[in-house]
Ligand binder design. Structure first.
Ligand code: NAD
Ligand code: UFG
Length: 338
């Protein structure tokens, strides 16, 4: 039996594929390479000493999915495939809903037709919306996400909850990620954003390596200790370990379960800059800019439920996250196109 990883050539997916191969799983990757390079999987193969099966295809393509399930015996689906740029989703909502929502529906239809009912879905803390007291636990109601990207995640969560209610075959994990950062400790695979990075840590890393001049700090007048936004950054290798733990738990339970994957500790933008400077020995030039629309002041997880039910918790601290980011960035200043 093999594990199907949709979006397995992407940032988190490639780290997941490596971890699965190292844990002895057979892996099939389905990715349309819309936001990834196959070079990530070539490097995964070098690191793991074995390769996943790679299928270039789209989760919206039912024929492709049917052929995949007919050819490979799949036990579990880890569903990372999706578009993730918040700004793009505001400009192109139809493309986001079509890819993320319609794509997930087609995937579930093909899974049910093939009799595959174990699914781990990449959700996001963005589904909680704004206005909750920190830290955020899974019992809090979901809110109204500030953009179509976040909304697409909540819509898929809703669909999966309805699906599991209607058909008791399904075992589904909704994993709500906080802020994944870092890279594999080898520095061979990591995050390779297209164009100007939207996210803080890749932007800082590109300033430190000299690829960009100055970071804009989006607002220093939030009600936080130093006025800048506070987030729960989690090492990508901890995040993928959380998926392994969820897969294991799903083998013995039905229905839908929701788990936060975060560390339980928040850091401000200024703390992140300072920590990156310490780890890299580089100066990170920044200027304070206006707040970015849709940002919340603070967002960090209560990770208790995952610890209790998955026996998982994040093990890697901020220094390790940033040191691993820096190793990857230095070795690959232009990402996979070096
Ligand atoms: P990524 O863009 O690096 O990876 C997504 C992968 O999916 C890419 O390789 C892309 O080519 C592929 N893909 C996109 N649409 C596809 C389609 N229709 N068919 C097949 N493949 C398709 O992003 P990532 O950071 O690795 O994120 C993985 C998942 O985790 C996404 O669903 C994302 O929304 C979610 N997530 C990410 C973050 C984050 O900060 N990185 C936070 C919360 C949730
Ligand atoms: N920030 C800056 N300058 C930048 C980029 C970010 O100051 O150039 C700040 C933001 O204002 C925020 C913090 O750094 O305070 C983190 O921003 P990111 O863009 O790295 O992360 P977000 O928390 O905004 O977004 C992430 C994911 C989304 C997801 C969201 C859920 O990227 O996919 O978490 O909370 F929807």
């Amino acid at each position: 039996m093999a594990v199907l990883v949709t979006g397995g050539a992407g940032y988190i997916g490639s780290h997941m594929v490596l971890t699965l191969l190292e844990a002895g799983h057979e892996v099939v990757v389905l990715d349309n390479l819309s936001n990834a390079s196959q070079e990530s999987l070539r490097r995964v193969e070098l690191l793991a000493g074995k390769a996943p099966v790679f299928i270039k295809g789209d989760i919206r393509d039912r024929h492709c999915l049917d052929a995949l399930f007919a050819e490979h015996s799949i036990s579990d689906v880890l569903h990372f495939a999706g578009l993730k740029s918040v700004g793009e989703s505001v400009a192109e909502p139809l493309r986001y809903y079509e890819n993320n929502v319609a794509g997930s529906l087609t995937l579930c239809q093909a899974m049910a037709a093939a009799g595959v009912y174990r699914l781990v879905f990449s959700s996001s803390a963005t589904v909680y919306g704004d206005g909750h007291p920190m830290p955020i636990h899974e019992g809090l109601p979901t809110g109204r996400p500030a953009n179509p990207y976040g909304h697409s995640k909540l819509m898929v969560e809703d669909v999966l909850r309805d699906l599991a209610k209607a058909d008791e075959h399904w075992s589904i994990a909704l994993l709500r990620y906080f802020n994944p950062v870092g890279a594999h400790e080898s520095g061979r695979i990591g995050e390779d954003p297209n164009g100007i990075p939207n996210n803080l840590v890749p932007f800082i890393a590109q300033v430190a390596v000299g690829r960009r001049d100055t970071l804009s700090v989006f607002g220093n007048d939030y009600p936080t200790p130093d006025g800048t936004g506070v987030r729960d950054y989690i090492h990508v290798m901890d995040l993928v370990d959380g998926h392994l733990a969820a897969m294991q738990v799903l083998t013995s339970q039905r229905g839908v379960s929701t788990w936060n994957l975060g560390t339980g500790r928040g850091y401000s933008v200024l703390e992140m800059i300072k920590a990156f400077e310490t780890v890299s020995g580089q100066h990170v030039s920044y200027k304070v800019a206006d707040r970015r629309e849709g940002d919340v002041a603070e967002c960090w997880a209560d990770p208790t439920l995952a610890r209790q039910e998955l026996g998982w918790e994040a093990m890697r601290g901020l220094e390790e996250m940033l040191a691993d980011t820096w190793r990857w960035q230095q070795a690959n200043p232009q990402g996979y196109s070096d």
